[in-house]
Design a protein around this ligand. Sequence first.
Ligand code: NAP
Length: 284
Amino acid sequence: MSIVVTGATGQLGRLVVEQLLERVPAAQITAVVRDQAKAAGLTARGVRTAIADYNAPETFEGLFTAGDKVLLISGNEFDKGRVRQHQAVIDAAAAAGVALLAYTSAPGTLTAALADDHRATEEVLRASGLPYSLLRNGWYHENYTEHLAPVLEHAAVVAAAGDGRVSSASRADYAAAAVAVLTGEGHENTTYELGGDEAWGFAEYAAELSRQTGREIAYTPVSVEALTGILTGSGLPAPLARILAGVDASIEKGELVVSSGDLSRLIGRPTTPLAEAVGAALKG
Ligand code: NAP
């Protein structure tokens, strides 16, 4: 029996494995990766690795064992049919009879196109008959704090979210929630709405950046169409730019405010404040 983490060389997956290593022996952890070279650091620490690709269902055959607890981290290849990709993992896990499959989904309130793959994957998972846990992750602080260069260059936070608020949390917080579910008991057939303890608006975010940099940084609200154009202009493919700008429209409607308290309850501590993530990003 193993705790199996897919997407283990991604940003969330690495944090999950790191935090699992604090709780369970390395030999009980299997990191599923598509590039063995990227997993060198994990194997050096005694974590088992398995090579598999969401696009090749046969690579997941025989990968799981009855009783495993699995974290399926949603993929990031928007143009490759993520539901079909996730189904390959779920089918293999069902064939093996794993004890739990936890899936990193999106908040139940989110109606943006970004949520479509997540809702469809949730359906596949429920239909599989597997014991499941839906980790409906809210927005990461890092979606903003890892992209500070243009904000600092133009002294402007540009978003299409109006006065909308978002209760983001750090990736490490969401990783901790996944670890709590994978190492704890009683999480079968659960749905967790995960988000930060405090919601913030973009004017407040700009004010926090001003405070920490000592420069005047303002919030410039724009339309969804304008933001799509800005993102495309900065090199994002148009379909992805539309998806991301669509999330801002959802933020304006309040769809990324998560008030369940599930995240801090699962991790047993308050979530990381945005100001802390800003500080860490500015230190670089
Ligand atoms: P990430 O760093 O982009 O990680 C994505 C992971 O998925 C990587 O490990 C990647 O493998 C793996 N992957 C992608 N396609 C795959 C395939 N065909 N076969 C096997 N593995 C594949 O993203 P993250 O920050 O860790 O976030 C995890 C997921 O949450 C994302 O993929 C996305 O679905 C979602 N997300 C959520 C938010 C949020 O704010 N809640 C923001 C962004 C994304 P490699 O390591 O080999 O590249």
